[in-house]
Structures are given as structure tokens and as C-alpha cells.
Design a protein. Structure first.
Length: 274
């Protein structure tokens, strides 16, 4: 299957969602009321607006859509899906509320439980990550959701991942909002191996992107995530020569499980010995 047309649709949906999110983010008079979902995670007007826009945009395809903010679809129905969209309209809602800019729009295409296409847009930073099987992974900066470049321009100017970053020792990226004791132990164990370890913190799915682009070597996650949190980043990482493994470091995460909660995982290059 050629995914380029679906990649085009997903990129446009992500950029348009970025615009409605930024309309709320930058408007001092906007309703910034925060609701709590069943799992006590936050929900804002921006989450809802982005969800509606993305689901409408993706509905032009023949694939069903599973979105974080959409109605829960029973597993007996979902398990029949061969290919479907998996969406997090606003990944990093806590970062959105804090106004630190580290939130993203995530759109992935899943085929037989494996992410085959991913788009992550970072509206405040104007950064776009996109990837698909047989196409590879790319990053493009200065992508303004209010003045969107032509699709051909995006595909031509996107820089192939991983980028060339030179750093000494091991760079580990960890969650800004969900640091855990297990993460601290993991980092300390790396330090005992004798190499210098640098820790950087980031929010949302940006952490997976940092490993995919080569600015970080590892992203250990010892805290709960859902499938929509990781799917788009997983597709980008995979196309860039990385993988999102269970903590055994060998088994990739699988999608469209009956329980959509991910296990703990580690993102790293497939050739890594860490």
C-alpha cells in the first residue's frame, strides 16, 4: 500500500487542528476551563475542538477512527479492524494548561496492530514530524498552521531522520510531568556502566521524536500511557531506525489491544546496546 496520500490527509488535519488549538491557547479571553476525565486526566475546550476537526478530516478515508476524545468503541468491534486511524487530538494537555508549548497533535495509521504512518505537529514550535512505511521519517521546521505551506513543499523540504547530532555519553529524555522512581533507578543504572549520562526533560510525544531525530539516545517510560499517546511517535521512530519496545528491550508495542493501556516501554535505536 502507498501511504503518501494518507500522509497528506493526516498532515493537513494535524495543521488545521494546530490552528484551532492555538486560537484557544493565545486568546486571553478564551474559555480555559479544565474538566477531569474518568482517569482524572485533564480535558479542555481545545481537546474537544481538535478532536472534532480531525475526525471530520479523516472521515474522507475508508478507515475507522479511534480518538482519545471520541466515544469508546467496544473491543468486539475494534478487533475486526485491519487498518484504522489512532488519534490524540491534543497530546500533553497538562503542558497546554501550563502554557509551556510542549504539546502536540498526534495522528497515526495502524495496520494489523503496527503503526505504519505517523504525524506529530508541535504548534507553538512550528515543528512537523511525519513518517510512513516505505517513505521514511522527516522533520520540517517553521511550519505555521496559520500560513500553511503547500504539500509538495512539505514533502520536498522535510529533512530525513535521524538528523546528525554529536553528543558524548548517553542522552536520556524523560517526562516533564510524570517522573517516577523507576525512571530514576534506570538512569542511575546507566551511570554505573561508566558512561556520562545527560538527562533532559520534555512533555508529550516530543520525547519519542527526540530519540527518532537523534538528539536523545533513550526514552524510558515507567508510567501509564495509552495507545493514542505513543502510536504516531512509534511510527516516526520506526521509520527513523528506532523502536518502541517493552522493557525487555526486544518486543515492540502492539496496538488495538482489548485494553488500550500500554505497558512500560523504552524508545531506542534498533541497533542500540542500551
Amino acid at each position: 500500500m502507498s501511504y503518501q496520500n494518507y500522509l497528506y490527509i493526516a498532515i493537513r488535519a494535524a495543521l488545521d487542528a494546530g490552528k484551532v488549538i492555538m486560537d484557544i491557547y493565545t486568546d486571553p479571553a478564551a474559555d480555559f476551563e479544565v474538566e477531569s476525565k474518568a482517569d482524572n486526566s485533564p480535558l479542555t475546550k481545545a481537546d474537544k475542538a481538535a478532536h472534532q476537526l480531525i475526525t471530520e478530516a479523516l472521515s474522507v478515508t475508508s478507515f475507522p477512527i479511534l480518538s482519545e476524545e471520541g466515544k469508546t468503541i467496544p473491543f468486539p468491534e475494534r478487533k475486526k479492524w485491519d487498518t484504522f486511524w489512532l488519534v490524540d487530538p491534543l497530546n500533553g494537555t497538562k503542558e497546554f494548561i501550563k502554557k509551556n508549548g510542549e504539546f502536540t497533535v498526534n495522528i497515526a495509521l495502524i495496520k494489523k496492530g503496527i503503526p505504519v504512518l505517523g504525524v506529530i505537529y508541535v504548534p507553538v514550535r512550528k515543528e512537523l514530524y511525519f513518517a510512513a512505511d516505505s517513505y521514511g521519517a522527516r522533520k520540517l521546521g517553521e511550519v505555521d498552521c496559520y500560513n500553511q505551506p503547500a504539500s509538495d513543499d512539505i514533502f520536498k523540504r522535510g529533512v530525513k531522520l535521524p538528523l546528525s547530532y554529536g553528543h558524548q555519553g548517553i542522552v536520556v529524555v524523560a517526562s516533564r510531568s510524570h517522573q517516577t522512581e523507576e525512571t530514576t533507578t534506570f538512569i542511575e543504572n546507566l551511570r554505573r556502566q561508566g558512561q556520562p549520562v545527560t538527562l533532559i526533560s520534555s512533555g508529550s510525544s516530543l520525547k519519542i521524536c527526540l530519540v527518532a531525530e537523534g538528539s536523545a539516545d533513550l526514552y524510558p517510560r515507567f508510567a501509564p500511557t495509552m495507545e493514542w499517546d505513543t502510536a504516531a511517535g512509534h511510527a516516526i521512530a520506526k521509520a527513523a531506525g528506532c523502536e518502541v519496545y517493552h522493557t525487555d528491550g526486544k518486543t515492540p508495542l502492539f496496538y488495538n489491544k482489548e485494553n488500550l493501556l500500554n505497558s512500560w516501554f523504552i524508545v531506542k535505536p534498533t541497533c542500540s546496546d542500551y
